[in-house]
Write a new protein. Structure first.
Length: 426
């Protein structure tokens, strides 16, 4: 479904006055606190989050999958959906492909389409957690870690192929997430599988173009339920250092054991210049992959507070890659992604309102109460007029979700694509 500027401008017209009043009121409040509202709005407008190509259909669990009609059934339709998200929000300016779920048939056509939708290709993701129909070797007992040299070689070659696909699309980074691990004590020799993984990653790293990055994503469990080779940030950090300057740790918010202090991990990785990027989502128990900010919005704010501090004080850490990694079991995937984009922008905006120098001052005199007040004053600020203003000045909708529903986009997608199309991915 093509969204025209007129759709957005006519819609914004109806609520522009109310928005202007709220924006002006908040602007006055922030001025009194010496906060430059326009700088915050500019930072929000520049903040682009990549949409995962594998999260545009209804996901599912082992207990079932409930289709969400009108799903994209090929890469062209997936790009159209991300293009629509970006037209509405102006904050979804990139797509992250998963190989082999999204191998382009016609590279020029796909690149032309992405250009016409103002979309870039973010990190490409390899997949050695599933066996491909025509594959010679199986990853049942692991891929890059496998004790069988032929299986490791197949997995290394796959990652090198993914890099080549990314190069043709203009992507500049490879994300490696490994399901590799064990379901039972004694199944693996921990040192053997870790050394194999390190050497395999080094082989992949050798073929990384000079201006590329390699993101090493960690996860404590699932699909293996006793041990995972790259189980935590420390292991990923160690492997990234072993590979070299172009290798970094990727933090998926859902990949932490309950109550892990993720903001401290983020702070540590930025200090060491090894934080590569994020997979944003939320969770209450495990890798639930639910809507960002839907369960722990304050935790997300605390993470962005460390990110803002790091972006202001850690030039040793490169620009970060921002990606969503969620799956949608019961919500319209596009509505779910719009809610996630809003929650990410909201956490970032609130973190930009933190008076970092006052906080540093209060910390230096151990005024613990003042420290909390400074953080929560920012968190308690309703920043939504800033997000709407950033969208407005970038040509987006003041209220993307309301316009999406107002135009009954999902019904149009069903009419265009049919009811029972299924999107590849999770
Ligand atoms: C693993 C993960 C990884 C992707 C997959 C789709 O849980 O987060 O980032 O490859 O989800
Ligand atoms: Mn992930």
């Amino acid at each position: 479904m093509k969204l025209y500027e007129s759709h957005i401008s006519e819609f914004n017209e109806k609520s522009i006055k109310e928005h202007q009043n709220q924006f002006d009121f908040l602007g006055d409040t922030l001025d009194k606190k010496n906060i430059n509202t326009l700088n915050v709005v500019d930072a929000l407008a520049k903040f682009q989050v990549a949409i995962p190509s594998w999260a545009l259909g209804a996901g599912g669990t082992r207990f079932g999958r409930f289709s969400y009609f009108g799903e994209p059934s090929n890469l062209t339709q997936k790009l159209d959906d991300v293009g629509l998200l970006h037209a509405l929000t102006q904050t979804a300016g990139a797509i992250s492909l998963h190989i082999p779920w999204d191998v382009p048939e016609d590279y020029n056509a796909i690149k032309e389409q992405a250009k016409s939708l103002n979309l870039k290709f973010d990190a490409v993701n390899s997949n050695t957690f599933q066996d491909q129909a025509n594959a010679k070797e199986s990853y049942k007992f692991g891929s890059l870690c496998n004790t069988d040299e032929a299986i490791r070689a197949q997995a290394i070659a796959h990652n090198q192929d993914v890099i080549k696909i990314g190069e043709k699309l203009g992507s500049k980074s490879l994300t490696v997430w490994l399901a590799d691990g064990a379901n039972f004590p004694g199944q693996n020799n921990f040192q053997t599988v870790l050394s194999n993984t390190e050497n395999s990653l080094k082989s992949i790293y050798k073929t990384l173009p000079d201006d590329w990055k390699m993101f090493i994503e960690y996860k404590p469990y699932e699909p293996n339920f006793y041990s995972t080779v790259i189980q935590d940030w420390g292991t990923s950090f160690m492997l990234a250092n072993a590979c070299g300057d172009k290798a970094y740790t990727l933090v998926d918010l859902g990949h932490h054991l309950p109550n892990t202090n993720i903001e401290q991990i983020v702070s540590t990785l930025m200090l060491k210049g090894k934080l590569g990027g994020f997979h944003f989502n939320d969770s209450k128990y495990g890798d639930d992959d639910v809507t960002v900010g839907s369960v722990k919005p304050y935790a997300l704010f605390l993470i962005f507070n460390e990110l803002v501090y790091g972006m202001q004080n850690n030039p040793q850490n490169p620009d970060l890659s921002w990606m969503i990694d969620a799956s949608h079991n019961i919500k319209d995937p596009l509505e779910d992604l719009m809610q996630s984009l809003e929650a990410i922008q909201e956490a970032y905006a609130k973190a930009l309102l933190v008076d970092q120098s006052a906080l540093k001052q209060a910390q230096s005199v151990h005024d613990v109460v003042a420290c909390q007040e400074i953080l929560q004053r920012a968190y308690r600020t309703d920043v939504r007029p800033l997000l709407a203003q950033a969208r407005l000045q970038s040509g987006g909708a003041l209220d993307p979700l309301a316009l999406y529903r107002g135009l009954d986009v999902r019904q149009t997608l069903i009419e265009e694509r049919g009811k029972h199309t299924i999107a590849s991915g999770l």
